[in-house]
Ligand binder design. Sequence first.
Ligand SMILES: [Zn+2]
Length: 134
Amino acid sequence: MDCELCNFDSPRIIKQYPYWILSAAAQTPLGWMHAMLKRHAEFFDELTQEELAELKEVVGEARAALKKTFKPDWFNLTQLGNTCRHLHVNLIPRYKEKREFAEKEFVDESFGGGVSSEEIDEEMVGKVRGEVKG
Ligand SMILES: [Zn+2]
């Protein structure tokens, strides 16, 4: 299998766990981290109970370290897999105000962004709900 995260080895690695690797991702936003599963799986619902429990520990430790170092105002946690399907979650610190680190300025321009309640098409929501619910 040609997967860039199977047998991942990189200077970006922060810590190895039994089931997960914690690694630094691209640093926009500052402090962005990946938790990568050590075996090849592609979606969240494929995790075993042990892997899921350890992911909670990995994210908790990473969040505690980020709170101490860069003091984010919020965090996003996502499993996307758009560019690489090997199961990894993104822990993305979010900042209300700019941060400075290593002589560089980091501005989180989309802090607090998302879909506002005025933008929601309730009729379409109802139709989708009905379709999914069966
Ligand atoms: Zn893989």
